[in-house]
Write a protein that binds this ligand. Structure first.
Ligand code: DOR
Ligand code: ZN
Length: 353
């Protein structure tokens, strides 16, 4: 199949992004602002974003950290805990700038210690979310030490997500960063109120990229990379054109030392070449024609927001990726560091470094 030299898309959004705070925020926000009009910003700061007041203050810090002239718009989320009150949910809805509430099972991932230990504790908050139509954004992995790390997403569906959706028959749910055939099936055969984000790295890599030829800490993320058949299932699910699957990078920067460590932390920084990576994955799978809807239409349609009016053009020219980027007083190793990505966003002015 011959590939086009350029493709022009409606300006896209990132429906799952970690921006951090302070100098780290200032270092990374530009990369997303160049490519995306809006992003759903994850609330797992060291001191989590558990209230509307905190979300408002964090939103202000993000707006101030944007490059000059940027119109990038952060869509805020709240961090669900065992103690989130129904009133807090109603306040979040009334704010107009909070677009979802994130469920981190306690201990599942980075800064999830304050997450939910027992979903029954969160019942009043979930009831309020259902009533207000405020989506629950789910990190879908069980934390049971008996469950193999590669099975934690599939087991989560059976033990937590399916029962939750039965208990709350109108709750809107985004199954974040799905990684398995099980999750892809669950979503595409599910109801309209269930959607999912898919990362570029889970479309490009299988678990060999983590463990063959050595341990590759910059490919470690959660949910962890899976077998090739799961990667293929994610691509196939998107290939069906399902309008409840959309772009969410889960770009998650950590300082180099925290990744290249005896106990490296989870997270892959893809924001530097996010759209280029998706274009590469879609082109390899012969479905570039699906990219615009996935990146720019399905997300706003599902969230009930307007589609963006601008456009963005990708050229089939390689983008070189630096070995490292500045990250406050630290450095950050981007995905494909020292290599290249097969596409280039043409209007990528204001890139970091
Ligand atoms: O790899 C990940 N990194 N997965 C997550 O769920 C959290 C994220 C982070 O915040 O670093
Ligand atoms: Zn995430």
């Amino acid at each position: 199949m011959t590939l086009p030299d350029t493709i022009t898309l409606t300006r896209p959004d990132d429906w799952h992004l970690h921006l951090r705070d302070g100098p780290a925020l200032a270092a990374v926000v530009g990369a997303s602002a160049v490519q995306f009009e809006r992003a759903i910003v994850m609330p797992n700061l060291r001191s989590p974003v558990t209230t509307t007041d905190r979300a408002e203050a964090y939103r202000e810090r993000i707006l101030s950290a944007r490059p000059d002239g940027s119109a990038f718009s952060p869509l805020m989320t709240l961090y669900l805990t065992d103690r989130t009150a129904a009133d807090e949910i109603r306040a979040a809805c009334a704010s107009g700038f909070i677009h979802g509430v994130k469920l981190y099972p306690a201990g599942a991932t980075t800064n999830s210690d304050a997450g939910v230990t027992d979903l029954r504790q969160a019942w009043p908050a979930l009831e309020a979310m259902q009533a207000e139509r405020l989506p629950l954004l789910v990190h879908g992995e069980v934390t049971d030490p008996e469950v193999d790390v590669f099975d934690r997403e599939a087991v989560f569906i059976e033990r937590v997500l399916a029962p939750l959706m039965n208990d709350f028959p109108e709750l809107r749910v985004v199954f974040e960063h799905i990684t398995t055939a099980d999750a892809a099936d669950f979503v595409i055969t599910g109801p309209e109120r269930l959607a999912a984000t898919v990362t570029a790295h889970h479309l490009l890599l299988n678990r060999n990229a983590l463990l063959v030829g050595g341990v590759w800490p910059h490919h470690y993320c959660l949910p962890v990379l899976k077998r090739e058949r799961h990667r293929q299932a994610l691509l196939a699910a998107i290939g069906t054109g399902c309008n409840r699957l959309f772009l969410g990078t889960d770009s998650a920067p950590h300082p180099r030392g925290a990744k290249e460590s005896a106990c490296g932390c989870a997270g892959i920084f893809t924001a530097y070449t996010a759209l280029e990576l998706y274009a590469e994955a879609f082109a390899e799978a012969g479905m570039l024609d699906r990219l615009e809807a996935f990146a720019s239409h399905h997300g706003p349609d599902w969230y009930g927001l307007p589609r963006n009016v601008g456009t963005l053009t990708l050229e089939r020219q390689p983008t070189p990726v630096p070995e490292a980027l500045p990250f406050g007083n630290d450095t950050l190793v981007p995905f494909r560091a020292g290599g290249e990505v097969a596409w280039t966003v043409r209007n990528a002015t204001g890139r970091m470094a």
